[in-house]
Design a protein around this ligand. Structure first.
Ligand code: ATP
Length: 334
């Protein structure tokens, strides 16, 4: 029996998390869910969007499945999603982007993984007003975190039989910070002669991603580039409704969450695509050693997408979240 912390979050979070739970339950892998509310309403009740009991539960269980939590834009409390990553020391964000059967996109042959550094860079939240009208934001890059993420990317490549790691940077402009990041990647690359290593400037990376995405394999980058580039990669394979991710900590804690946010524009209407979170659940099952259950979930998703009859609006269909979930569960049983 596994115990998994479940954080439905807010916005479309509860809808897509519920869908993923139903799919996992259909695999009959014995999982006990420890469910915790988090987000805007919790903030109103307890004065924090993410109470301590949530952290304690993840620390205890080492595995969590999480829906998105809304971050107020411009003002208000800082991102609970970032707070969770920081407090649990989840330094690596793994975001695979792969063409899915039946999802027609402009690109074929996309099968890449963005490894995003999760703990520093411009996300350090160090901003201040120098004088009215002038603001300074600090970008923090450390040798320790850069070596750690580079090592993680190469280890990931070896473990998953991947051939190449691309370090993405802007060291021509940010010579010290991105220069340090690159230097760390180079040092680590020397330990993995069996994996090809290349460096690419972030703007060129974006251009090549939309012209020749099939040339990419594992990509490693700082936090902000990772945020932007991985959304771009989600777009290559059909959008945010389809892309899962895992946040991994130094001591093996993993929090699985979709790349998408809380999508307030469609929240509470049973319109959200649950597939990203269902694929997160498949990643989770695989990491728990339940490989055949993970495969069954993926097969269910692939079958429903290939048939193309039951799809949410983001994929051009008119099905609800519940209908897509039902179809996936039915397809898993075939
Ligand atoms: P955040 O800053 O929290 O990452 P965001 O501003 O990037 O959030 P999202 O909440 O991810 O934005 O939503 C971006 C767009 O994608 C919205 O129009 C939203 O409706 C759509 N979207 C996101 N997730 C889904 C989903 N699972 N199903 C359908 N549409 C989605």
């Amino acid at each position: 029996m596994f115990t998994v912390t479940l954080i439905p979050g807010d916005g479309i979070g509860p809808e897509v998390v519920e869908a993923a739970v139903r799919v996992v339950e259909a695999t009959r892998v014995p999982i006990r869910w420890e469910r915790f509310e988090a987000g805007t309403e919790v903030m109103n009740k307890y004065g924090t969007p993410l109470p301590d009991e949530v952290f304690n539960s993840v620390l205890k269980n080492r595995v969590a499945l999480k829906g998105p939590i809304t971050t107020p834009i411009g003002t208000g409390y800082s991102s609970p999603n970032v707070a969770l990553r920081k407090r649990l020391n989840l330094f690596a964000n793994v975001r695979p982007a792969k063409n899915l059967p039946g999802v027609k996109t402009r690109y074929e042959g996309v099968d890449l993984v963005v490894i995003r550094e999760n703990s520093e860079d411009l996300y350090s939240g160090l901003e201040h007003i120098v004088v009215p009208g002038v603001v300074e934001s600090l970008k923090i890059i450390t040798e320790r975190a850069s070596l750690r993420i580079a090592r993680f990317a190469f280890e990931y490549a070896v473990k998953h039989g991947r051939k190449k790691v691309t370090a993405v940077h802007k060291a021509n402009i940010m010579k010290l910070s991105d220069g340090l990041f690159l230097e760390c990647c180079r040092r680590v690359a020397r330990d993995y002669p069996q994996v090809e290593y290349e460096e690419l400037i972030v703007d060129n990376t974006c251009m090549q991603l939309v012209t020749r995405p099939e040339r990419f394999d594992v990509m490693v980058m700082e936090n902000l580039y990772g945020d932007i580039v991985s959304d771009l990669c989600a777009g290559l394979v059909g959008g945010l409704g389809l892309t899962p991710s895992a946040n991994v900590g130094e001591d093996g804690i993993v929090v699985y969450e979709a790349v998408h946010g809380s999508a307030p524009d469609i929240a509470g209407q049973n319109l959200a695509n649950p597939i990203a979170l269902i694929l997160c659940a498949a990643m989770m099952l695989e990491d728990l050693g339940e490989t055949s259950a993970a495969e069954r979930v993926r097969l269910g998703v692939y079958r429903v997408l290939s048939e193309g009859k039951v799809r949410t609006r983001d994929l051009g269909g008119s099905a609800t979240t519940t209908e897509v979930t039902d179809a996936i569960i039915a397809a898993m049983e075939v």
